[in-house]
Unconditional design. Structure first.
Length: 395
């Protein structure tokens, strides 16, 4: 019975993730084009998408505090309310043709994402240590549903009504209400009472946890995954528009990209158990190098599909690998602050890269956007190789 309850929670978190990701992918598919139409300064076209990451980074630490105070179920329910507000504000911004109101609506979706980022850790908390990587990868695998639902919902709704795209964002309200109902069914354990010793209650100082080499690699892996993926997703719709591809082509490319991101999640956890987390992270980095190679060698539809699919694969291996590695570096009493610091740092890096994405594209084109990522990949690769060698030496 206990085992059933544990995996029932994982299934509910999987469904909640699917509903959020559907809304997120819809926004990623459309917000660059909507921003391009509404922004007076075309350098700001990617700002609405960048505001998603601003909202996420801003909410990571508050969400951690809220989840600790209210409990995960109530905290996740609060997150879906932010999703409802996001759809409402974005819809109103489009109706009023207000670029800034629309951008705030996107930021609210990012705030919602600040709560959903803890779904994977909540799933890991409910299962035995040997199954944590499987639980994390399974929740992330919910994006496979969103890979089909998000782009198709965008295609179906973008021309509904008198104002294009308005009802696409209105659909986020409905998705968030459904997610509210799902997370309300969660039966998550309350925090275990720790020993009275005050030092043990608080755990080690955060700076001591960060000094751990595994923490550094976990953080660097997730940050690299999101920066590269974020730059690719943010600029792809605009780049395809600039290369003369049909208006519905980006939705298809994003769909393949999201499949690359989430389809491997059904077996990434098993691969980590079989080959080890360091090798999976290393493979993810290599895949991102392959993405850049494909991206800079052509601008045809096939190039975009292949490049975005492979960057999705690389993201999957790096993010799940980094998340799994992170669960090994903290004690139970250190969980909230370590998770919050990790995801806050990751999304802050993504915010910075997203803000520069539009300017980089306007000044250096699609190739420039991709080539600027090479130094980050090289640093992550060097750290991963050092950790692999150290692990092999100690084994």
């Amino acid at each position: 019975m206990i085992t059933n309850v544990k995996w029932n929670n994982v299934w509910l978190l999987f469904l909640s993730q699917a509903l959020f990701q559907t809304a997120s992918i819809l926004v990623i598919t459309l917000s660059g084009v909507v921003g391009l139409q509404m922004a007076a300064d075309k350098n700001l076209a990617t700002l609405p998408i960048a505001m998603i990451t601003v909202g996420t980074a801003s909410m990571m630490i508050p969400a951690s505090i809220i989840l600790k105070k209210l409990g995960q179920r109530k905290g996740f329910m609060l997150g879906t309310v932010l999703g409802v507000l996001s759809g409402l504000v974005s819809w109103y911004g489009i109706i009023q043709h207000s670029f800034w109101i629309f951008s705030i609506g996107n930021m609210l979706l990012g705030a919602y994402q600040g709560f959903t980022q803890y779904y994977r850790f909540a799933a890991a908390d409910t299962v035995p240590d040997t199954a944590k990587s499987k639980a994390i990868s399974f929740v992330i695998a919910a994006g496979v549903i969103a890979a089909f639902a998000g782009p198709n919902l965008a295609k179906f709704t973008q021309h509904l009504g008198a104002v294009p795209y308005a009802y696409s964002y209105f659909s986020i309200i409905l998705l968030s209400i459904l997610a509210f109902g799902v997370v309300s069914l969660l039966k998550l354990q309350k925090p275990i009472n720790l020993p009275i010793n005050e030092t043990l209650k608080k755990g080690r100082p955060l700076k001591d946890i960060i000094k751990n080499k595994d923490t550094i690699l976990a953080l660097l892996s997730s940050a690299t995954a999101f920066v590269v993926m974020g730059m690719a997703m943010t600029t792809t719709p605009i780049a395809m528009h600039g290369f003369g591809h049909p208006s519905d082509s980006p939705a298809t490319v994003i769909q393949w990209h999201v499949l690359g991101m989430f389809l491997p999640s059904f077996f990434t956890g098993m691969l980590i158990q079989k080959f080890g987390v360091y090798r999976i992270i290393f493979t993810g980095i290599v895949l991102l190098f392959v993405y850049i190679l494909i991206a800079v060698t052509g601008a045809g539809f096939t190039n975009f599909v292949a490049a975005l699919f492979i960057v999705g694969l690389g993201w999957n291996f790096l993010f799940i690998g980094g998340s799994s590695l992170l669960t090994k570096v903290y004690r139970p009493e250190e969980k909230e602050k370590t998770q919050a610091f990790n995801d806050f740092t990751v999304f802050t890096a993504m915010v910075i890269s997203s803000f520069f994405a539009g300017t980089l594209y306007n000044n250096f084109g699609w190739n420039g956007v991709n080539l600027v990522l090479l130094p980050l990949l090289l640093v992550t690769l060097i750290v991963a190789i050092k950790m692999m060698k150290a692990r092999k030496k100690n084994s």
